[in-house]
Design a binder for this molecule. Structure first.
Ligand code: ADP
Ligand code: MG
Length: 292
């Protein structure tokens, strides 16, 4: 492409709310083989809501939710917000939590009303030696519905599950179908558990799901695809996504996401819709044909 056609292409993008940082990024976008999509906040709205509370024998739902929300009030994770809002909507008063700690990619813990309370995924429970019993099947059922189950352990005993679900953005299904029609492989990348991710992956039609990825490992997953000889586009919104966006051949940041992601990306999608990725690639292909 000529310098003039690149300038025109970048201008066309800007008109559509697609901010392309460089001519190189615009050229590379036409050569992508794989598009990796973060799940939460990229494919989905990133505003999960509380859907279920399950109590193990000997515990009750309100107690589970009250203890969990007391801890999650100290976390900034979107799942935490869902739990706190769900508890407040049920009219529960939240006690104080002391000694709060977040375990990234796993969950949270604190002392509440004299008890040690641990909230998080199956991996966290396994690491702490918490036996799940029949709650394991309950969690699978919830995950197969596309919900994210979080186990709650009180003093080392599995006491219940709280689950939250996120809504897929209006344009995601159509955008993923368009990317596939353009010949690209579409991959979902998420820290969420495998069953939940597969359920959402089926719903939106991605080719492949890479789940249970720790925040620090997202960039490594992008690199693995590149080592297979593929040109990789990565789309993300979160702080966790920034290294993967930088690693990708073209990083696309959701404009409504965090500044850290936007700074790491080559392209910013102002509207936050995945349709912007499709448009950016179309503009790139037209530019490379030098029609401007
Ligand atoms: P993602 O943003 O892709 O969901 P994270 O790495 O932030 O991935 O979290 C991965 C998993 O760790 C979550 O699906 C959840 O099971 C657990 N987790 C993380 N933070 C919390 C939290 N504050 N409360 C409960 N569970 C959490
Ligand atoms: Mg995200």
């Amino acid at each position: 492409a000529t310098p003039t056609s690149l300038t025109v292409g970048i201008g066309k993008g800007a008109e559509q709310g697609i901010l392309i940082r460089s001519g190189d990024a615009l050229q590379m976008a036409s050569r992508l083989d794989v598009i990796v999509l973060d799940k939460t906040g990229t494919i989905t709205k990133g505003k999960p809501e509380l859907t279920d509370v399950v109590a193990a024998t000997g515990f009750d739902e309100d107690l589970i939710l009250r203890l969990t929300a007391a801890i999650e009030r100290k976390s900034e994770h979107p799942l935490a917000t869902a739990i706190v809002e769900g508890a407040l909507a049920r009219g529960l008063a939240l006690p104080e939590a002391d000694g709060f700690a977040a375990i990234p990619g796993h969950g949270v813990e604190a002392q509440v009303e004299g008890h040690h309370v641990l909230v998080g995924n199956e991996r966290l429970m396994a690491e702490r030696g918490v036996a799940l019993g029949r709650l394991a099947q309950e969690a699978q059922r919830l995950a197969d519905e596309g919900k994210t189950p979080m186990f709650v352990a009180v003093d080392g005993t599995a006491a219940g599950i709280v689950a939250a679900a996120d809504t897929v953005k209006e344009d995601s299904v159509a955008a993923i179908a368009a990317l596939k029609r353009m010949g690209m492989e579409v991959v979902m990348l998420t820290g969420d558990n495998r069953r939940t991710a597969l359920a959402i992956g089926r719903q939106v039609g991605v080719d492949r799901v890479i789940a249970e990825v720790l925040p620090e490992d997202k960039a490594h997953e992008v690199q693995k695809l590149q080592l297979e000889g593929k040109k990789v586009g990565m789309v993300g919104d979160g702080i966790n996504d920034a290294p993967a966006l930088a690693q990708a051949d073209v990083g696309f940041a959701i404009g409504t996401g965090t500044d850290v992601a936007i700074e790491a990306a080559d392209v910013t999608l102002i509207s936050g819709s995945l349709k912007g990725v499709v448009m950016a690639i179309e503009i790139s292909k037209v530019t490379m044909r030098n029609v401007y």
